[in-house]
Design a protein around this ligand. Structure first.
Ligand SMILES: [Mn+2]
Length: 306
């Protein structure tokens, strides 16, 4: 299982690991709360269920829960209290891990959880299947926005990618699978959100928002926030991009992107959210106007301390 509202890395990790475990003669249940709203992962939805097998059907001595691409059971959006007697294995690359789990494989320097699954598969004899290589590469591409979020410390990643390509991966096919297939309406929606972006603190903080009426006009499932961040982060002088989306009346789903040393992971955690230093998110109870006032107030201090 992985976090709710899954992305390609979360599902790719689950699919690659379960394929590997099946090759080892294990049985797997792929659990996800969904929703499967990102266009590039929709075709995988059929592989997953949010119905957990009843605990009494499972053999306590040989069953484990495996949590991928997040470190806390709350992030699954599922009630797992009936399973608290089973061992928990956590495999994750997020920095916000609360340290849960009886067995942990955490590496915050890994650009994706799928690359950690690759480590596990490669630690065993036998060759990874082409299908596993595809899931791993897919998760890597979605989490790095196709090689965009890699630093010098990630040099070892290219050796891993090299081994995936030996299994028959075509990078250009994957690029098409991840980025093509968008509707014209979704591009117009992006235009609207870009158009209303506010510039604060001499352009160092860009703030934009989406409310419920946007989603009566445009299909919410087609929104593509990565492209939005990419456009806004390309603005000269922009350090932080903030998107506040009204997920329902009086509740916002907020995303932060940082292009500098401002740690937006910490910022999101101050609201009970999580993520990486450069990309994070949280929920906020209140209106867009209330949130704007509060967060810009915080940036007065954050920018003064730089
Ligand atoms: Mn991930």
């Amino acid at each position: 299982m992985g976090h709710e509202d899954p992305d390609g890395d979360c599902l790719g990790s689950q699919l690659a690991l379960s394929s590997f475990l099946k090759r080892q003669g294990k049985r797997c249940h792929l659990i996800s709360h969904g929703p499967f709203r990102r266009p590039e992962i929709m075709e995988w939805a059929v592989e997953f269920t949010d119905k957990l097998p009843r605990p009494e059907w499972l053999d306590e001595g040989s069953t484990a829960l495996v949590l991928l691409d997040c470190s806390s059971l709350e992030r699954t959006g599922l009630d797992l209290t009936p399973y608290s007697s089973f061992p928990l294995i956590v495999i994750d690359h997020h920095a916000s891990g609360e340290g849960g789990g009886n067995y942990r494989y955490l590496d915050t320097l890994s650009p994706s959880t799928t690359l950690l699954i690759q480590d596990i598969i490669e630690a065993f004899p036998g060759e990874m299947s082409e299908e596993e290589a595809e899931y791993i590469f897919f998760g890597f591409c979605t989490d790095t926005d196709y090689f965009r979020h890699l630093e010098n410390i990630h040099d070892g990643v290219f050796l891993k990618i090299h081994r995936l390509m030996k299994r028959g991966i075509s990078p250009t096919d994957f690029h098409r699978r991840i980025y093509a297939g968008q509707s014209l309406t979704s591009r117009k929606h992006l235009g609207k959100i870009l158009n209303r972006t506010e510039s604060h603190f001499d352009g160092r903080v860009l703030f934009t928002w989406e409310n419920r009426s946007d989603f009566t006009e445009y299909d919410e499932s087609q929104r593509d926030s990565n492209t939005l961040y990419k456009q806004l982060q390309s603005v000269k002088g922009a350090l932080v991009v903030i998107l506040a989306k009204e997920s329902r009346e009086g509740e916002l789903s907020v995303s932060f992107r940082s292009s500098c040393d401002i740690n937006v992971g910490e910022l999101a955690r101050s609201y009970g959210g999580g993520g990486h230093p450069k990309a994070s998110g949280c929920t906020y109870g209140g209106s867009i106007d209330e949130f704007r006032e509060e967060i810009l107030g915080k940036f007065v201090d954050i920018l003064a301390n730089r």
